[in-house]
Design a protein around this ligand. Sequence first.
Ligand SMILES: [Zn+2]
Length: 209
Amino acid sequence: MRPPEHRAELVTEARLGPRDRRPLILTLDTQGQPHRWVTWQHAIFYYSKNLVAWDAGELCFTFHGGISGRTGRRSIITANSIIAIKGRAQSSRSLLQTPPLTNRELFHRDRQTCAYCGAELATTRLTRDHVIPVSRGGLDTWMNVVTACRNCNQRKGGQTPEQARMMLLFAPYVPNKAEYLILSNRNILADQMDFLKHHLPAQSRCLFA
Ligand SMILES: [Zn+2]
């Protein structure tokens, strides 16, 4: 559904800082569902191919393009912080795909907290624990992994939580698309975060104040 018309604040290229540290643009499908992050170059490609259906962000970035041989003037392209992409640029299948499981996103999902002792630790002191150990047929999937400190992981060893008498403090779950997008980008703009927060699953531990 198309959101109501809104006014976006204009941010010039000069205010954006170095090219490699510019914010990513959040893309949506034409149903308004969050899809993926793209670089501003990619966003400009969507604009230039007329693939942007509408925009929904509160910020607009202006970029200077090449100089036109015909007019001698430099082109300027404006890109919004949240854009919906038309047609085949989005595959509906990808919206249903399970996000890839990486330690970084797993530790984020569990808020850097050991699922057995509750210790909140730095990434370097955390491990991926398979609730049902791989040696007992457990899978390496979101539903069978939790964050654990090294001590707890070692103590549990190749046992199930019941065998090790170590109860889980929280249950594993599969992050949805919006949560995964939040977990996978460290540099999210306020309007993008507001948008994604409305698409979080009820059990999400992504509690952003
Ligand atoms: Zn622990």
